[in-house]
Design a protein around this ligand. Structure first.
Ligand code: B1M
Length: 211
């Protein structure tokens, strides 16, 4: 088994210490940081993402794999930055105003990062203006909003309106999701994309960033 396949396998098993050790070893052996990221860490996260989408693994396994990914990234990040490796796109992510649920949002973040997309995480209780201000300041490709309450999902309409009022229509994509959110709701408020889960959100985000 190649060292990159081993990294991918350990990541899927959530073995953070092994991932960290092997990432250092792979660098010492002359593998490039980008190759370790793509063929080791991201390859492992993408297997976990698919399994999660198909209900073959659940939230705890995803969080443990994510911790292993983060352990590997601690070693890789400085090298990637110094080799000017480009992120595949940038997303401004948050849970909408009035809503404090962040477990799903954090999973979405992990999956985005697993695809090599940079995430500006605004946390929870994020006002529409803050989403839009940050997207403009950071020159983001996507504004991604999460909501878990029927009382707060309506806030997503305000994000869409704020983005339109500030001239972002056609420039920045608004993606929405969360347990009470549906495709019909997405269409009704004029958001660009709805994703039912974290894995499909990251697939869609990557397509948007690469288009
Ligand atoms: Co609350 N809560 N909660 N809660 N809570 C729900 C959502 C609820 C359904 C429980 C219930 O009554 N059965 C209910 C909402 C009812 C409704 O509006 N229809 C509810 C309520 C009412 C409340 C309070 C109002 C309770 C109260 O105080 N009376 C209160 C509100 C606080 C607030 O936000 N202002 C409240 C508080 C809390 C806690 C703080 C205790 C805690 C949150 C802790 C935290 O997040 N740090 C909590 C929790 C844990 C839940 C439940 C039990 C679990 C939610 C969760 O994390 N699921 C939830 C009941 C349930 O869902 N069974 C419930 C796991 C997570 C992985 O799933 O977030 O759906 P989810 O994310 C998925 C997808 O939705 C999607 O991807 C994720 C993974 O695939 N996704 C996206 C999410 N965001 C996305 C964005 C995307 C794309 C996909 O694109 C951008």
């Amino acid at each position: 088994m190649s060292i990159l396949t081993e990294i991918s396998t350990f990541l899927q098993q959530g073995r953070a210490n092994n991932v960290k050790e092997l990432v250092s070893k792979a660098l010492e052996e002359g593998n490039s940081a980008q190759q370790i990221l793509d063929e080791g860490l991201l390859s492992g996260m993408s297997v976990i993402g698919e399994k999660f989408k198909n209900n073959e693994v659940y939230v705890p396994e995803v969080l443990i794999a994510a911790r292993a990914m983060n352990a590997g990234m601690e070693i890789l990040k400085p090298v990637l930055i110094s080799s000017n490796s480009k992120a595949k796109g940038k997303v401004v992510l948050g849970t909408v105003k009035g809503d404090l649920h962040d477990i799903g949002k954090n999973l979405v973040k992990i999956m985005f990062e697993g695809k090599g997309i940079e995430v500006i995480d605004l946390g929870v209780d994020v006002a529409p203006q803050v989403f839009v201000d940050t997207a403009i300041k950071e020159n983001a490709n996507i504004i991604a909003c999460s909501a878990l309450l029927t009382t707060t999902m309506t806030m997503m309409k305000d994000v869409v309106k704020e983005a339109e009022d500030r001239g972002l229509k056609g420039k920045v994509t608004v993606m929405i999701g969360g347990a009470p959110v549906t495709q019909n709701f997405c269409d009704s408020i004029g958001a660009d994309y709805y994703a039912p889960d974290a894995a499909s959100a990251s697939d869609t985000a990557l397509q948007i960033c690469q288009s």
